[in-house]
Design a protein around this ligand. Structure first.
Ligand SMILES: NC(=O)c1ccc[n+]([C@@H]2O[C@H](COP(=O)([O-])OP(=O)(O)OC[C@H]3O[C@@H](n4cnc5c(N)ncnc54)[C@H](O)[C@@H]3O)[C@@H](O)[C@H]2O)c1
Length: 283
């Protein structure tokens, strides 16, 4: 299958990045958010990102126009009937994702492969709500999508080889390096990363160090480009918490218990960079 038409649903931090790289790669992209103002925001973000490339001489004005011209924005799921591949990047909520995939399964043609960008939810569970569980796969991109090289591909129990080939094809087209993971909670990267971010929140909670000291210690001591609290703010504290809760439920192991401070911040709406406040204040 040659993928020409890509649908992206949910154009927040991740979806907008996927839309951008796909349009840059020459695909025809249909982008949608249930909240129309998020479409506008994503469009502006992509225009800004591409304009920066023009300023740096990495993209011509014509290519910028052509790239933007390949993106269509909609708020209607009905428009997704004829896509080759649809990537879902909505909020990390199993019920919301299940509901969306049930609707997409009804709307999309038989050829359409469905994919989720979930960080932690069982891909097999999401595949099972559709009548095409063989044509369902996890495509886990990293933030920011235009910069990060990795695409973690997650095979559901039901994913067939033709669908896996589609995942490999899209990875190549978008210039990503693929790593394949089995469908176990949080897969490879987040299974390793998220408990580390949680531990940093506990270190702060217990007063072992200030946020600045914790991040500085990890950057200088472990040669990480970002400290764990900075990174949590960047990922979104709601996303970090959601992944921890899934790990805790799936494995029933207390080592995945979310730090109460992290949960409190999420309750307060302090979700990190995207809300202007998290472990740090960005206002
Ligand atoms: N943030 C990260 O670093 C990261 C990395 C990899 C994967 N992910 C995963 O990507 C997904 C999106 O995360 P994000 O950080 O971009 O979230 P986000 O909150 O920035 O964006 C989510 C978007 O989905 C929209 N949305 C919610 N329900 C919808 C629906 N039913 N139909 C259409 N649009 C809907 C929201 O309006 C919002 O614009 C999550 O599953 C998350 O776990 C996040």
């Amino acid at each position: 299958m040659s993928i020409q038409k890509l649908g992206v649903i949910g154009v927040g931090q991740m979806g907008s990045g996927i839309v951008q790289v796909a349009a840059q790669a020459g695909l025809t992209v249909l982008a949608s958010d249930k909240d129309g103002s998020r479409n506008e925001k994503a469009k502006a973000k992509i225009e800004k990102g591409l304009s920066r490339l023009v300023e740096k001489g990495k993209l011509s004005d014509e290519d910028l126009k052509a790239t933007l011209g390949r993106i269509t924005w909609t708020t209607s799921l009905q428009d997704f009937a004829d896509q080759d591949l649809v990537i879902e990047a909505i909020t990390e909520n199993p019920q919301a994702k299940e509901e969306l995939f049930k609707q997409l399964d009804e709307i999309c043609s038989e050829k359409t492969v469905l994919a989720t960008n979930t960080s932690s939810i069982s891909v097999t569970r999401l595949a099972a709500v559709t009548r095409r569980p063989n044509k369902f796969i996890g495509l886990h991109f990293f933030n920011p999508v235009p910069v990060m090289k990795l695409l973690e591909v997650i095979k559901a129990l039901s994913t067939d080889e033709a669908t896996y080939a589609v995942a490999k094809e899209i990875g190549e087209k978008l210039n990503k390096q693929i790593v394949t993971a089995q469908d176990s909670a949080a897969f490879i990267v987040n299974r390793t990363l998220i408990p580390f971010l949680n531990e940093a929140a506990f270190v702060l909670y217990e007063g072992v160090g200030t946020a600045e000291d914790i991040d500085q210690a990890i950057k200088l001591g472990l040669n990480h480009p970002m400290g764990p609290l900075e990174l949590s703010d960047f990922v979104g504290l709601d996303v970090v918490l959601a992944v921890l809760d899934v790990l805790y439920r799936e494995f029933g192991d207390v080592k995945y218990r979310a730090c109460p401070l992290l949960r409190k911040y999420v309750e307060a709406g302090w979700l990190g960079r995207k809300t202007g406040r998290g472990f740090y204040n960005y206002a």
